[in-house]
Design a binder for this molecule. Structure first.
Ligand SMILES: NC(=O)c1ccc[n+]([C@@H]2O[C@H](COP(=O)([O-])OP(=O)(O)OC[C@H]3O[C@@H](n4cnc5c(N)ncnc54)[C@H](OP(=O)(O)O)[C@@H]3O)[C@@H](O)[C@H]2O)c1
Length: 252
């Protein structure tokens, strides 16, 4: 259970090697209290390294296999993630950016983005929600993106998957009202993580730690939707209503 000061006893990272998810785990770990962390990710050095780092911070860490594209394995991933007990906070963090120009011309890459960023989060989201309903408590943190709020030409395959992701998790939050389980949708702008390594920075860029700090505060405050950084909310509110002929001309 999340205690009175907002600290969970157990944290599940679906995408246990994501820079943003790991910043969230470190933030909770530094608050003490012997956090139990389940890292669900593809096996490999990144997962092993993340497990070692969180163990050194005093967490009890379990590693579980997650392959977003192998839909038949998802139920076993969730079973393994809940094998040691309830999950207080579950972060849906796995995702793929891909090369935007390749993505709309290469059907295999387009399908991979759709599966990793939309189909798998929906499938795993339903599995997670069933568990949290049974527990009658817990928060799903869904890492969405402003890219899905107004899908733009420059990365519309990724943006369209995030639009679907965002709509699903907002709806799931509504559906779970009254069950004890909750959903927090987080919409970051550009984040300096390995996903954006080597890319030109967009305005209002944030660090994974800034996303983590805002997320942890929002879980404690029982918010259901945040933008990171917060002013991005007003930027997107304006952009949403820009007419298409003008939007097309913006350097986005
Ligand atoms: N960075 C940004 O600018 C930004 C902005 C807005 C929203 N977001 C969203 O925030 C989330 C986390 O992003 P991040 O910045 O932390 O990126 P990241 O460090 O690149 O993490 C991405 C994660 O997705 C996992 N993943 C990719 N394909 C997978 C698959 N087929 N099966 C299982 N796992 C898979 C990666 O696992 P491996 O280690 O095995 O590759 C990694 O754990 C993503 O959903 C992203 O779309 C990011």
């Amino acid at each position: 259970m999340i205690n009175a000061t907002g600290n969970p006893q157990s944290l599940l990272l679906l995408g246990g090697t994501s820079d943003i998810a790991l910043a969230i785990a470190r933030t909770y770990a530094r608050r003490g209290g012997g956090l139990r962390v389940v890292l669900a990710a593809r096996p490999g050095e990144r997962r092993t390294g993340a497990a070692a780092e969180l163990s050194a911070l005093g967490c009890r860490v379990t590693e579980v296999d997650l392959d977003a594209r192998d839909h038949a394995s998802h139920a076993a991933t969730i079973d393994a993630a809940f094998a040691e007990g309830d999950v207080d906070v579950a972060v849906v963090a796995f995702g793929l950016l891909g090369d935007a120009e390749q993505a709309w011309q290469d059907p295999e890459l387009a399908l991979e983005l759709a599966e990793v960023n939309y189909a798998a989060p929906v499938h795993l989201g339903v599995l997670l929600a069933n568990r949290l309903k049974d527990q009658a408590h817990g928060v799903i943190v869904a890492l969405s993106s402003v890219a899905g709020e107004r899908v733009r030409r420059s990365n519309f395959v990724y943006g369209s998957t995030k639009a679907g992701f965002d709509g699903f998790y907002l709806g799931l939050g509504e559906a779970l009202r009254g069950t004890g389980a909750r959903v927090l949708v987080v919409r970051p702008g550009f984040v300096r993580s390995k996903m954006t390594d080597g890319m030109d920075e967009a305005p209002l860029a944030a660090t994974p730690q800034e996303v983590a700090d805002a997320t942890v505060a929002a879980v404690t405050a029982q918010r259901d939707l945040i933008w990171v950084p917060a002013p991005m909310r007003f930027v997107m509110s304006g952009l949403r209503h820009v007419p298409r002929p003008l939007f097309r001309k913006l350097p986005l």
